[in-house]
Design a protein around this ligand. Structure first.
Ligand SMILES: C[C@@]1(CC(=O)O)c2cc3[nH]c(cc4nc(cc5[nH]c(cc(n2)[C@H]1CCC(=O)O)[C@@](C)(CC(=O)O)[C@@H]5CCC(=O)O)C(CC(=O)O)=C4CCC(=O)O)c(CCC(=O)O)c3CC(=O)O
Ligand SMILES: NC(=O)C1=CN([C@@H]2O[C@H](COP(=O)(O)OP(=O)(O)OC[C@H]3O[C@@H](n4cnc5c(N)ncnc54)[C@H](O)[C@@H]3O)[C@@H](O)[C@H]2O)C=CC1
Length: 304
């Protein structure tokens, strides 16, 4: 199977059709209602919860056997009956209309699949095994639930609310990143965790007010030399250097597997072989090239 393209869809107010009204349909419906979709469930028989939601007007119940007309105006379709052949027919009808369809008993037939979700809204972690091992996806989700602080949602919201102010207070890219490092690791998260959102916001504002007085960091050049070909061989310290780098200077032997572990916005400079052969001036050359650019990491694949 080719790779699935992950995406986060805005379904607010958009019609989504679910064919089938059993336990699986109920689970999909719960997630869709949470995202504001206008859910229509088509099935002669609904679970008790789905019946209650229909009675409350939270979803529309199409109380008859499936027919193609149901697909009218749907943005997405989920085929969730216990009838494999019927699910395949729903998928074919969706394909004909270019509507993405999830087939709950056939990963290969699905044109989209539903991931397991760790919900720290507005932060969402989605896990997919591409249909190979849904139960593994669920178990991984349960482990991540324990790993990620429930306060992360509030932190993400706070960061979002102040994003423009942060950009204004820290116009420089490096200063902005240092601010975010402080925000994510510092006292704000602790206050949110303690259930004190107002105090957390005051702390953030106070730091923003003082941000203009911060002096720019000294330029720093770190070396990963020799650089292992296998990213698994990098030490924790080297990983940290990669993540802090504003500029990566590397020779042609350093592979994408290692470079991709750095920040996406880090600039990259390829050293040519001539430059590398001259170790005495290599440092000066790198510094001259990257002057005023914050932290730089030089990755050299072989001893020059
Ligand atoms: C392809 C996919 C289609 C889709 O998008 O629905 C699919 C397909 C199938 N699932 C099956 C089984 C189970 N699935 C779950 C649970 C979840 N399944 C979900 C997604 C997906 N399931 C999609 C791939 C996702 C991926 O791989 O990344 C999750 C993550 C998301 C969600 O559904 O909300 C949700 C966990 C939510 C959470 O708790 O976090 C459990 C219950 C459990 O584990 O507790 C069982 C065990 C019960 C059992 O074994 O029967 C079977 C065999 C059915 C059979 O044998 O009849 C098929 C069909 C097949 O594989 O052929
Ligand atoms: N994707 C997933 O996460 C999982 C998928 N499955 C698969 O999902 C399928 C459904 O599972 P459950 O919800 O537990 O089944 P279920 O038996 O509880 O529900 C089946 C539903 O399909 C409806 N249905 C049957 N014929 C219909 C028709 N002609 N038109 C409209 N609706 C019709 C029934 O009224 C009922 O509401 C299972 O067969 C299984 O293969 C099972 C577990 C997890």
């Amino acid at each position: 199977m080719t790779a699935l393209y992950p995406l986060f869809a805005d379904l607010d107010g958009r019609p989504v059709l679910i064919v089938g009204g059993g336990a699986v349909a109920e689970r999909k419906t719960r997630a869709l209602l949470h995202c504001g979709a206008a859910v229509r469930v088509g099935a002669p028989r609904l679970t008790r919860t789905l019946r209650a939601w229909a009675a409350e007007g939270r979803l529309a119940h199409l109380a008859e056997p499936y027919h193609e007309g149901w697909l009218e105006s749907a943005w997405l379709v989920i085929a969730a009956t216990d009838d494999r052949a019927l699910n395949a027919r729903v998928k074919a009808a969706a394909d004909a209309r270019r509507i993405l369809a999830n087939v709950v008993d056939d990963p290969a037939l699905s044109s989209f699949q539903v991931p397991a979700i760790v919900d720290r809204a507005p932060l969402t972690i989605a896990i997919s095994s591409g249909g190979a091992a849904p139960v593994l996806a669920r178990r991984l989700r349960e482990r991540l639930e324990a790993l990620f602080d429930p306060a992360l949602g509030a932190l993400a919201r706070l960061a979002g609310d102040h994003r423009a102010a942060i950009r204004t207070a820290c116009p420089d890219h490096g200063a902005r990143r240092r601010f975010y490092d402080w925000l994510h690791d510092g006292p704000v998260l602790a206050q949110l965790r303690a259930g004190e959102p107002a105090a957390a916001e005051r702390t953030l504002r106070a730091r923003l007010d003082g941000a203009g007085e911060e002096s720019p960091p000294a330029h720093r050049l770190d070396w990963i030399d020799p650089c292992p070909a296998d990213p698994g061989q990098l030490t924790l310290h080297q990983l940290r250097l990669l993540n802090e780098a504003d500029v990566l200077v590397h020779d042609a032997g350093v592979g994408e597997a290692v470079l991709s572990l750095a920040r996406r916005d880090a600039d990259r400079h390829l050293l040519d072989a001539g430059e590398r052969k001259d170790p005495g001036t290599l440092r000066d050359k790198i510094l001259a090239r990257c002057a005023g650019r914050g932290n730089t990491v030089a990755l050299i694949s072989q001893p020059a």
